[in-house]
Design a protein around this ligand. Structure first.
Ligand code: OOG
Ligand code: MG
Length: 241
């Protein structure tokens, strides 16, 4: 890889840096499991001060067990945000339209992303956050279903110890989370990447992110009743003392 001085590289070079950092993870034995989109909601753009859609790569090492303990010692200053996750049913190498999208999907689930950053206070600009693999650090995925129909407007409720910390709607994600999936297929096509069957697509935070601390029960409910996606949860632990 070429060397770049901070802040002196282009967006294209930022994605090269991202790819190089993923190659190092692969060399350590990690496997790419999918892609995540960033800044697909206004709430996230406003919180982070960046207003372009970005994407990063997810690896198996980032997957945290649903309902399990997340050890915060693995992270620097993690935050959590409510998301929706898709899993693909077939390999995708071309850009899809929103009409085709569901045919390429196996299932959808409520999810939470744990973001973390090399930058103090998450203060970055577009190229730096892209180079940092879009703050991708962890993800927790809840129960899979094929409830694609109501996705345009499901209530999203993220709680710490049973108290609401962020409330919103899946409609905040590009107006409909399926649009995030469609965007992902376009972006992957743009860089010549094929998404194999079984790839995860994280649609992007529906609300602003919340800082994590040890000893929390973190849960997120997406929709309710028969049309809802259900709940996803984890606990934070830290033995730093
Ligand atoms: C960058 C990643 C943005 C999202 O869902 O919008 C993102 C960050 O906020 O640090 O993951
Ligand atoms: Mg996110």
């Amino acid at each position: 890889v070429e060397q770049f001085a901070p802040g002196t590289f282009t967006l294209e070079q930022a994605y090269e840096i991202q790819r190089a950092s993923i190659a190092r993870r692969e060399a350590r034995g990690e496997r790419i499991v999918g892609v995540k989109l960033g800044f697909t909601s206004r709430a996230k753009m406003v919180q982070m001060g960046v207003d372009s859609l970005i994407w990063g790569l997810l690896t198996d090492a980032m997957i945290e067990e649903e309902g399990g303990d997340v050890d915060l010692r693995k992270y620097v200053h993690p935050r959590v945000e409510p998301e929706v996750c898709f899993v693909t049913r077939r390999a995708i190498s071309g850009p899809l339209t929103s009409l085709e999208a569901v045919n390429y999907l196996e299932a959808v689930a409520p999810a939470m992303e744990l973001i973390d950053s090399r930058f103090a206070n998450f203060k970055f600009d577009l190229v730096n956050v892209v180079a940092d693999n879009c703050s991708s650090a962890g993800l927790v995925v809840g129960p899979w279903s094929r409830r694609f129909d109501g996705l345009a407007n499901l209530g999203v409720r993220m709680q710490f110890d049973g108290r609401d910390v962020q409330v919103g709607s899946t409609g905040a994600i590009l107006g409909h989370p399926l649009r995030a999936f469609v965007q992902a297929t376009r972006l992957m096509h743009g860089v010549g990447m094929t998404l194999p069957a079984g790839s995860l697509i994280m649609a992007g935070g529906a609300t602003a992110a919340e800082a994590l601390r040890p000893g929390l029960h973190v849960s997120c409910q997406v929709g309710s009743g028969a049309g809802g996606l259900g709940r996803v949860a984890f606990n934070t632990v830290d033995n730093r003392g």
